[in-house]
Design a binder for this molecule. Structure first.
Ligand code: SAH
Length: 391
């Protein structure tokens, strides 16, 4: 097996449970193997630190699987998945059949993402190591959940850095139908797991969508960046008000309409507008009491930070201008490269420019089925604010 020896004093974070070893912390590597091979990690004095998998071409050269030297076999993966399922059984609400079962590093399986959509499972490997683990993970999923089918949809920037191309296809059992029906907080959604964005549904927003369902009724809601209607459908289902769903994707809006109808919601209560949100916010003549801003990541690479921040500022500024006193804003960023405090400051600058008094009702984050290791804050990306507007 490959042995990775750390520089003196660099074992601390790994011993504390941080799952990443950067190339700069490594003194030497012995042994060879393809990207994703298992490696034993040792401190400068030769003492064992744990076991992980390597990809020499990445600045995150090793991702740790265990702080013990143990076999990475079917039994190990089975234990990891069982532990992940125990958390989901504790935190996923009733009347909900879609959830994230494995959240990569947050479930001590770096690079491995597993989303459950009713009887179907979507597997995503982000790294070469996760590719190597795939057969073990699939076998363990079959044993644990007896799904109807497991489908792979692996894509994204991390894969490129790892030297991997995008890949999709059936891994086990039946191929999911074009639309898989799920329940979320008692609402029905059709999910296009194969052709939709990400693995088909933004599961990380479930608790924030539930939040909107608990608000007082009688609102005019702008669901900005609506995708397949999530926030607006939950709001309307719980009689919160009239919803205008805006998204640039026609396919997403088509499914949003279908989801609206699938929940028996009155047609007159929902409008669906295909538009660029930046233009829509500037040009609309409608008035709203509640605006949701859930954009795609404006900052995909660190170099995009400045441009991305100005994008966040712009949409928040326009939304704050549109809202009356007593209006509310649910605003989010899912850019991993934007820290929570930089996001909050961006919203603050927008509020200052809009000359509005803004109060924070709640800090928002991902649903509990997206756990993040306490020593690995890099694993968190979704942050949000629930704001109340004054004069
Ligand atoms: N809130 C949604 C998820 C939003 S994902 C939910 O709960 O399911 C982000 C969405 O923004 C995608 O549907 C994408 O099509 C849309 N989008 C991206 N850029 C946009 C733009 N400039 N204007 C409007 N929509 C945009």
């Amino acid at each position: 097996m490959i042995t990775v020896t750390l520089k003196p004093g660099r074992e601390g974070p790994v011993i504390a449970g941080h799952p990443w070893v950067f190339s700069g912390a490594i003194a030497s590597t012995t042994g060879e193997g393809p990207a994703g091979s298992l490696a034993q990690v040792v401190a400068a004095d030769g003492s064992a630190v744990g076991i992980g998998y390597v990809n020499p071409r990445c600045s995150i050269t090793v991702r740790m699987l265990s702080r013990q030297i143990e076999e990475i076999d079917a039994s190990f993966i089975g234990r990891r998945l069982k532990a992940a399922l125990t958390v989901r059984r504790a935190v996923v609400p009733p009347d909900t059949t879609a959830y994230r079962l494995v959240n990569g590093e947050g479930d001590f399986l770096p690079g491995v993402i597993v989303d459950v959509y009713g009887p179907f499972i979507i597997y995503q490997s982000l790294t070469a190591g996760a590719e190597v683990l795939k057969p073990l993970v699939v076998a363990a999923l079959v044993r644990l959940l007896s799904p109807q089918g497991i489908y792979e949809k692996s894509e994204g920037g991390v894969r490129q850095e790892e030297g991997l191309t995008n890949t999709a296809g059936i891994l086990w059992g039946e191929e999911p139908p074009p639309l898989v029906e799920i329940q979320e907080n008692g609402c029905r959604f059709f999910v296009n797991v194969r052709g939709g964005q990400k693995t088909g549904f933004f599961l990380d927003q479930r608790e924030n969508r539930a939040l909107i369902g608990t608000m007082a009724p009688g609102k005019r809601i702008l669901n900005g960046f609506a995708y397949t209607g999530g926030f607006g459908i939950i709001a309307a289902r719980y009689r919160i008000g009239h919803v205008v769903s805006v998204d640039s994707s026609e396919a997403a809006l088509r499914l949003a309409r279908k989801n609206w109808q699938g929940n028996g919601l009155p047609e007159a209560q929902g409008d669906f507008v295909q538009a660029d949100m930046f233009s829509y916010l500037r040009e609309t003549t409608e008035s709203f009491d509640l605006i949701v801003l859930d954009p795609p990541p404006f900052i995909r690479r660190r170099q995009d930070l400045k441009v991305g921040i100005s994008g966040y500022k712009e949409i928040n500024l326009q939304a704050l201008r549109l809202l009356p006193p007593g209006g509310q804003l649910l605003t989010f960023s899912c850019s991993q490269h934007l820290s929570t405090s930089d996001f909050f400051h961006t919203v603050l600058f927008a509020a200052t420019d809009a000359r509005r008094n803004v109060r924070v009702l709640k800090h928002l984050g991902p649903a509990a089925d997206h756990p993040v290791n306490l020593v690995h804050p890099e694993g968190s990306y979704l942050k949000g604010l629930w704001l109340w507007l004054g004069d």
